[in-house]
Write a protein that binds this ligand. Sequence first.
Ligand SMILES: Cc1cc2nc3c(=O)[nH]c(=O)nc-3n(C[C@H](O)[C@H](O)[C@H](O)COP(=O)(O)OP(=O)(O)OC[C@H]3O[C@@H](n4cnc5c(N)ncnc54)[C@H](O)[C@@H]3O)c2cc1C
Length: 443
Amino acid sequence: MSEHWNADVVIVGGGPTGSYLGWKLAQAGSDVLILETLPLEKVGAHIEVIHLDQVRFDEFEIPHPLPPERMHLVPANKVWSVDKSGYFEVRYPFYVVNMPAFVQRLHGYARESGGRVVGGAQVKEVIMEDGYCRGVRGTFNQQPFEARARIVVDASGLISAVRTKLPNDFGVENCPVPAEQTFYCTLELRDEIPAGYPVDNNSYLGSPGYWNKSYGEGAVLGIIAPASVNNAWTALTQWRQATFGEPGKLVAKRAGCSPYRRSPNSYVGNGFIGVGDCVYQNKAFSGEGITSGFTACKIASEVMVKALKNGDVSREGLWEYNVRYFHGQGAKFAGVMMFLFPVNGLPNHEVDYLNRHNIIFCQDDYEYMNFNYELNLPAERWAAICEQLSTGIKEGMFSENSLQLMNALYQKACQVSAHYRAYPVNPSGIEAWSKVTREYWGY
Ligand SMILES: Cc1cc2nc3c(=O)[nH]c(=O)nc-3n(C[C@H](O)[C@H](O)[C@H](O)COP(=O)(O)OP(=O)(O)OC[C@H]3O[C@@H](n4cnc5c(N)ncnc54)[C@H](O)[C@@H]3O)c2cc1C
C-alpha cells in the first residue's frame, strides 16, 4: 500500500542540517516532515567521529553535548610547522562527538517539537506543478510514497536529491557537484597508541593530513584528497606511514566526501529551498560543513516561517534567505575560497616562511578565521605583508611569482567578497549579478 503524506515543509535528508532546520521550524509551529533514506540510527555512521565548534552551540541554541555522545572537549588545536620541529596552538575549542548520536539527538528535538522524522524513505522524484516544487515521490519500505508540502527543502548533502532534479528554467543551478570539486575524506580510527605519538588535535602545515582525538585515548587520522575515495586512501596510507609508521591498532576505517565549490547563485525557487552540503555551505578554510550549514538553516527557518505565515512561498517570498546568507557568511566564504585554496598550494618552504613571519599560517590568523569565518587582512596589514614578502624575496626565501600570485588573489578576494555583499535584494537583479559572478569564478 502506498503512503501519502502532507506537511507545511518536507525536508529531504535527516543529516545534521535537515534535522536542525526541521527542529527549528517545528519549534516555530510549522508542520514538518523529515524524510531520510537511511535507517535513522545509521545517519552519520560513515564518518562516526566529528569535531564541532563549542562556541556555535550557544549561537544555534543547541544544548552542549554530553558523554557518551561527547568524547572530549579539546581546548586548542596544535598546528605543526612544515618540518614538524614546533607548533602553534589555535585556541578555538572543539567537541569531539559521535556523529550518529548527535544527529539522533537533533531528530529527538525535532520530534519533541512536533515534527515527524521518517527513516527508510528514499526520495526519487520531484513533483513540479505550475512552476512550483510541490512535493516529492519515492519509496518507503520498498513501497511507493508521495509527500506534498508548501515548501520542499533539499538537505540531502552532496547527492542533492531534489536540486539536481529541478527543471533547467527554475532559477536554481541543478548540476551535480563535479568530481574535481569534490573532496574525499578518509579516516582511520586507532587504539592502543604507544607513548611518543601525538596527543590532542594536530594538523600539519604543508600536508592535508591530521591526527585528532577519538574514543578514550584513541586517535583518528584523516586526510582530505581530490579525485576519488581510492586516491584519498592511498594519500592517507602514504602520509601516515611516512609520518607515523603504524601507530597502535587499526580499529575502523571511515570515508565520505564533501563539496568544495562556489555556492549556487540562488538557494531558492518557487516552493523550494536548499541547505547544507547540497548547496556547498561548507567552511571555505576546512571543508567542515555542520555548523556553517546551521548558519544558513537559522536564516532559512526564519524566512520560511514568515513566508508560510504570509502565504507566499514563491521565489520572491523566500528570496530573503539568499540575501541574508550571501551578505554575511556567503561573502566571507567567497573571499576565503578565492584566496586561501591557491595559497595553501605554495611550496613548503614558502608556507614555512609565512608561518615564521606570522602571515596567514599562524596562531592569530587561524583563530580569527575560526571565530569570524573570514581572513583578517585589512588593506594596511596587507601592505605590511607585501613589504615583508619583498624582504623575503631579497633574501631568496620567497619567490617574486608567489608574491605576485598572492597579491592578485588578495585583490580578487576583496572584490569577490564585496560582490557577494552586494547580492541583489530581489530576484530582478540576479541575472546581472550572476554575469559578474561567472567572471570571478570563470565558469
Ligand atoms: C570523513 C568526513 C569527516 C568530516 N568531518 C567533519 C567535522 O568534523 N565537522 C564538520 O562540521 N563537518 C565535517 N564533515 C563535513 C560534514 O559531514 C558535512 O558538511 C555535513 O554532514 C553536511 O550536512 P548535511 O545535513 O547538509 O548533509 P549530510 O550529512 O550528507 O546529510 C544528508 C542526508 O540526506 C540523506 N539522503 C541522501 N539522499 C537522499 C534521498 N534521495 N532521500 C532521502 N534522504 C537522502 C543522506 O542519507 C544523509 O543522511 C566531514 C565530512 C567527511 C566526509
